[in-house]
Design a protein around this ligand. Structure first.
Ligand SMILES: [Zn+2]
Ligand SMILES: [Zn+2]
Length: 324
């Protein structure tokens, strides 16, 4: 945490001591491009995996890119629309005519988006994989590298993998989830005597969104505060009035610390608060945030983040996913 943020958080909590009970400690992972090995904590690096253990695969339906060339006839109709649009704009009118709107509607009626650079209609279509698709490493953490994190007894190694494809509301996820599916393994590093030499390669290596660039991590503990949506209404109203520093910092600038993090508070900056409950009906807790950009260079949730939730009653219960 920067000294500046630290002093602003202190200033905020001095003004609202009730916020202390909402404090959580998040562990910022700070991934930086590097060459991690299987014995290192990493984002997108090789996992220390037992040679005799099955590698996780995904068999869910994927949404895959589908591109279809436009016919010569559609293409010239679109070129005429584009010409009329340019003429109209020169006379200060930027309202699409009904006739031209009908051309777009007819051509995109197959559920796609018209790409006038490649002259194709682009859409996402469901595709059931014929065989399971190998998941890929997203995160590996050794207990020795992450201070302050609780480890289930007998484990000191956490591994997170995901299926680098889009899934539309996969089983176990709430409505509106669209993105990768996630698998988590915990083990004892000392138990991996015979490590897997070559993990399965991803099916596609050209994906720009879901294949992380290998990074080392440099975890730092930082206090985290909830999204204002999670505060009791009276406290929320009061913190909304707060301005800190030189008067330019608001509560929302300090809540939900951004970046790859273990623990801490989830953000609801896109959808407003979503209550994420487990199959056992316990309110789930943020376990991991996978962020877009930075060293790993991922794009999740339209450039936002993927939040992985875990059951506080039993970490063996299925994970829930949310993008913001
Ligand atoms: Zn999948
Ligand atoms: Zn549960």
């Amino acid at each position: 945490m920067t000294p500046e943020r630290s002093s602003l958080v202190a200033e905020l909590v001095d003004s609202f001591p009730e916020l202390r009970e909402h404090f959580r400690t998040a562990l910022l992972l700070e991934p930086q491009p590097g060459e991690p090995g299987p014995h290192d904590s990493s984002v997108g690096g090789p996992l220390l995996w037992p040679a005799d253990e099955e590698w996780p695969v995904c068999s869910e339906e994927h949404r895959v890119d589908h591109r279809e060339d436009l016919s010569a006839e559609d293409r010239s109709a679109l070129e005429r629309v584009r010409q009329r649009r340019a003429e109209r704009r020169r006379s200060g009118n930027n309202v699409l005519s009904e006739e031209d709107a009908a051309v777009y509607d007819r051509i995109s009626a197959r559920g796609g988006v018209i790409d006038m650079a490649s002259w194709q209609v682009h859409s996402l279509r469901p595709e059931a994989p014929a065989a399971g698709v190998a998941m890929i490493p997203v995160l590996q953490l050794f207990a020795r590298d992450v201070p302050g994190v609780e480890w289930p007894e007998g484990t000191d190694l956490l591994q997170v993998l995901w299926c680098p494809n889009d899934h539309d509301t996969p089983p176990g996820q709430g409505p509106y989830y669209f993105g990768p599916t996630v698998a988590l393994r915990r083990r004892s590093a000392g138990d991996v005597r015979d490590a897997l030499a070559a993990p399965p390669a991803p099916r596609r290596t050209d994906d720009r969104y879901y294949l992380p660039r290998p990074c080392t991590v440099a975890p730092v503990e930082t206090p985290d505060l909830p999204d204002r949506d999670e505060l009791p209404p009276d406290l929320r109203e009061r913190v909304d009035q707060w301005r800190g520093g030189t008067g330019r910092t608001e509560y929302r600038d300090l809540g939900c610390v951004q970046g790859w993090k273990l623990g801490g508070w989830p953000t609801w900056c896109v959808t407003d608060l979503v209550k994420i409950d487990c199959v056992c009906s316990a309110r789930m807790r943020l376990f991991l945030t996978i962020d877009s950009g930075g060293g790993p260079g991922l794009v999740v949730g339209r450039g936002g983040r993927l939040q992985v939730f875990q059951c506080p009653e039993d970490i063996g219960h299925p994970l829930r996913l949310n993008t913001q």
